[in-house]
Design a protein around this ligand. Structure first.
Ligand SMILES: O=C(O)c1cc(C(=O)O)c2c(n1)C(=O)C(=O)c1cc(C(=O)O)[nH]c1-2
Length: 238
């Protein structure tokens, strides 16, 4: 006999807000922080070529994030949400004399020895990276905006990966100019701010058990996007 608590229609009861959030956070076990390529990076086992390959390929993710966030805004009729979400575009594109995250990533590129023109040409982007990042942007274009918001929640796990890089790169990769690491420093508080808002939308919107399970599937899709990016980079830079 099925002993799970069910409502009158036979559907299982929703998880409480706290339990739903706990289940979302538990998905961190599939975050790309655990990918073998990232473990090698953290432990100082990557070559100069591999670090350069990673920076050049991850650039494609950086440049596509504002388009992804623009797609969410385009699909969102709620002004209050748009007022907050638009900050994410400014974080990456910059505004007035703030050069923004894409420029900070370009400086990271220069710090590891990739010239600006080569980075921006995207010649070094592997097909699998392009495919995975484009899948994320296409999801944001075609899904209901609350689902696209939910897919950004891998950022719950991002502050730790940025902190790891700040803590381990200077020791393992002393040839990298330390000012190039500013992107990682800047993202910690921005990711924390993003997650407060993204979680609020997700916990408010996905309220039935079926919807909550859908949210977990969406988060898994995004975890798979990030994992696939690492797979493709690892394959291109053995
Ligand atoms: O370096 C990383 O491992 C990492 C991961 C993620 C993520 O978890 O999606 C983001 C970022 N960085 C990042 O810098 C960033 O701006 C960002 C935006 C988003 C998003 O989904 O909207 N994820 C991430």
């Amino acid at each position: 006999m099925n002993t799970a608590i069910q409502d009158d229609a036979g559907a299982e009861q929703p998880w409480s807000r706290a339990e739903f959030e706990r289940r979302l956070r538990a998905r961190g076990e599939a975050y790309h922080i655990h990918h073998p390529f990232n473990v090698s990076m953290r432990e100082g086992r990557l070559s100069t070529e591999q670090i350069r390959g990673w920076v050049a390929n991850r650039f494609y993710y950086q440049v596509k994030i504002p388009q992804k966030d623009g797609a969410i805004i385009a699909n969102c009729p709620d002004r209050e949400t748009r007022r907050k979400w638009v900050l994410r575009i400014l974080d990456h594109d910059g505004w007035e004399d703030n050069p923004g995250g894409i420029e900070a990533w370009t400086r990271l590129g220069e710090a590891v020895g990739i010239k600006r023109d080569l980075l921006w040409s995207q010649k070094l982007v592997a097909p699998g990276v392009r495919f995975a990042v484009d899948a994320y942007v296409n999801f944001a274009r075609s899904a209901p905006w609350q689902e696209a918001v939910c897919s950004s929640l891998t950022e719950m796990f991002a502050p730790k990966i940025h902190q790891d890089r700040l803590a381990t790169w200077p020791q393992h990769y002393p040839w990298i100019e330390p000012t190039g690491l500013q992107y990682f420093r800047s993202r910690i508080s921005l990711a924390e701010r993003d997650v407060v808002h993204g979680l609020q939308v997700t916990l408010d919107h996905f309220t039935t058990r079926t919807q909550q399970e859908r949210a977990l599937d969406i988060l898994q899709f995004k975890l798979d996007v990030l994992w696939s990016i690492s797979d493709a980079i690892a394959l291109a830079y053995p």
